[in-house]
Design a binder for this molecule. Sequence first.
Ligand SMILES: Cc1ncc(COP(=O)(O)O)c(C=O)c1O
Length: 300
Amino acid sequence: MTSPISLHDTGELLLPSPLQPFLPDWPGADKLNLFIKRDDLIHPVISGNKWRKLKYTFNALPAGCERIISFGGGFSNHLHACGFLCALSGLPFTAIVRGDYSTNLTPMLEDLYRWQADIHFVNKKTYKLRDDPDWLSSLSQRYPGSVIIPEGGSQHLALKGVAEIIEECDVEFDHVIVPVGSGATLAGLITALKKPQSATGIAVLKGEAYLESLVENLLPPHTAMPAWQIQHQYHCGGYGKAPEELKAFCNDMQRSYNLPVEPVYSGKMFAAVKDMIANGQFSSGSAVLLVHTGGLQGAR
Ligand SMILES: Cc1ncc(COP(=O)(O)O)c(C=O)c1O
């Protein structure tokens, strides 16, 4: 691919994404200034952190790139975004999917087929090889001229796009909160903060220490970063686990605040924030920025 791709070509890009004050009727929330960065509204197909994470990757593809290959689950927002961007730019796309959904396609996979993606369903054992250099090199040999994007689009180029979330904000804030899956979104936000601002990630899967190491590995080495942490008590049992209470919370966010959230990422983050506020984890008068990273396609 030679020319840079732009979602502007689809005529539907909303950037900067809206920044909204959020005034929930939650215990303790009246003592804080809460804002939501509505990245879920960036684009009707690629919402949330997906365009942020993939923008520079797609625009820095080598001239001879003939195919994109990437990885994800059957509902993956990342594969969905890659499939759409490849269709937009006329690039073949190979999606390596964890699990066999061939007789039970999800709406995400139906979209990928509609966008002419080549989909390979693999078992968990094979999927675990997704970062294995030998396996990746065999994939590259099988698909000459391909560019392999890691799961979740988590690579250094993603951080630059994510940092733009902060650069767009024209309000002062003390803390930023975001859900964490593969760590690149949190890492990108951290790079854009100015001390004493701090970042908190809400783990959406069981990954204590592991998630921290993913973020550390993406951050620039030997550089003092603003304070950051990951909260691990809000994953509700693991990735994709959505107990009834969480589903009810998501419905309530829509009903009470007209805010669409889903249980895998944004729902867990907002539920965590409600709990953290109730527990007095933010000092009175602080301004807290909540990044709505989208992902609503996964809840279809
Ligand atoms: C909607 C949504 N929010 C948040 C995240 C977490 O982002 P990251 O994987 O960069 O930690 C993801 C996964 O990429 C996602 O799809």
